[in-house]
Design a protein around this ligand. Structure first.
Ligand code: MTE
Ligand code: MO
Length: 373
């Protein structure tokens, strides 16, 4: 382990009131892209449009020499190559994945980190072996409590040198749709999404879906690694331990209507009827209701919500908007069957995690058509 210079041993930081996005955040934003909102039109996000978040570097793994070690609190530790993984029964699940930091850049005050707006999301069809089958084949000890997943990527975070590692409680890890996936949208995993294998844990925020998986270790005690114990915590002051970030909070997003101004992204749309289209999802329960406001959140009306293409995938929704000439602000909010409601005001926390404040889309409507210049 290298000695980390003190300037890198920082705690997470909150931006000063007038502080803009820094070059450090721009560097992260340029590496890690969001999903363009117009891609909400697809049930399954085309691979290149799916959001991407990589903490360190994308590792180069040779599929011929790659191995997955399964050990710890198990009867028969095993080492699998890619053929052995692919020989296990195949399972395919369509999953909406969202980064826990989504929405962070819109918070006041702003936590300094990957500065997401609202579109760190995507839906993919993942194929792989079920983790329950894999753990069943090695004989999980009955007193195992956590499963630790280790990726092949390595870096330093707030002064701590580490492999990217996350743990899950055993009862979550044994869910029937939890996969060690080796295909995304019907093709081998693209390198940036975890080639040759990644964990997929439907309903959970992105940080739990460990890519470039090389080791699965079961423990009879709680895991205290950085990404569980320090990062991905909901806390209102820096000194608290906070609660762990787990499942995805409900969120609705809409495809902004009309066309955009290049710099401001303000929308211009013709007066008349617009069929607004969006998606809504929750990692806790199906979406039961979506509401739309065209007056900045003053009044709300019900959208039509379609069934989701799978238990863990987003729902498509539509709303018939009669657009009058003038300036408007569109909002959408989602409700799930477990009673979770998406807030209009920010749910603030130190790391800007699980923040599902409603999206706002300013639209300038003109009749019969907008003409600039
Ligand atoms: N090995 C490894 N796995 C990882 C990460 C990482 O940096 N390294 N980032 C996590 C985070 S924070 C997110 S949001 C998702 C992003 O997955 P995607 O880029 O395939 O959409 O991967 C997760 N898995
Ligand atoms: Mo993330």
């Amino acid at each position: 382990m290298t000695t980390v210079p003190p300037e890198h041993s920082t705690r997470s930081r909150i931006a000063e009131p007038a502080e803009g996005i820094g070059l450090d955040e721009l560097a992260l934003a340029a590496r890690n892209h969001a999903m363009p909102l117009e891609a909400l039109r697809y049930d399954v996000t085309p691979v290149g449009l799916h959001y991407l978040l990589v903490h360190y570097d994308i590792p180069a793994l040779d599929p011929a020499s790659w191995r997955l070690t399964v050990d710890g609190a198990v009867e028969r530790p095993a080492v699998l190559d890619l053929d052995a993984l692919r020989a296990l029964p195949r399972r395919t699940v369509t999953v909406t994945l969202e980064c826990a930091g989504n929405g962070r850049a819109r918070l006041h005050p702003r936590p300094v980190s990957q500065p997401w707006l609202t579109e760190a999301v995507g839906t993919a069809t993942w194929t792989g072996a079920s983790l329950a089958d894999l753990l069943g084949s090695v004989g999980l000890w009955p007193d195992a409590v956590e499963v630790v997943f280790t990726g092949a990527d390595h870096g330093v975070e707030r002064g701590v040198e580490q492999d990217y590692q996350r743990a899950l409680p055993v009862r979550e890890a044994l869910g029937e749709d939890v996969l060690v996936a080796y295909e995304m949208n019907g093709a081998p995993l693209p390198v940036q999404h975890g080639f040759p294998a990644r964990l997929v844990i439907p309903g959970w925020y992105g940080m739990a879906h460990v890519r470039w998986l090389c080791r699965i270790s079961t423990l009879t005690s709680r895991f205290d690694g950085f990404q569980n114990a320090v990062a991905y915590r909901l806390k209102t002051s820096v000194d608290e331990d906070g609660e762990p970030v787990t499942r995805i909070q409900p969120r609705a997003l809409l495809v902004p209507p009309g066309y955009p101004d290049f710099m401001s992204r303000t929308r211009f749309a013709a007066a008349g009827v617009h069929e607004l289209v969006g998606r809504a999802w929750s990692g806790m329960a199906p979406i039961v209701r979506v509401e739309v406001s065209s007056d900045g959140g003053g009044t709300w009306a019900e959208a039509v919500v379609e069934p989701a293409p799978g238990r863990w995938a987003w729902h498509r929704w539509t709303y018939r908007w009669v657009a009058e000439p003038g300036r408007h602000e569109l909002l959408a909010r989602a409700y799930d069957a477990a009673g979770n409601v998406q807030p209009v005001d920010q749910p603030w926390n130190v790391q800007g995690m699980a923040n599902n404040m409603a999206q706002r889309v300013p639209v300038v409507v003109a009749y019969p058509q907008v003409r600039l210049g």
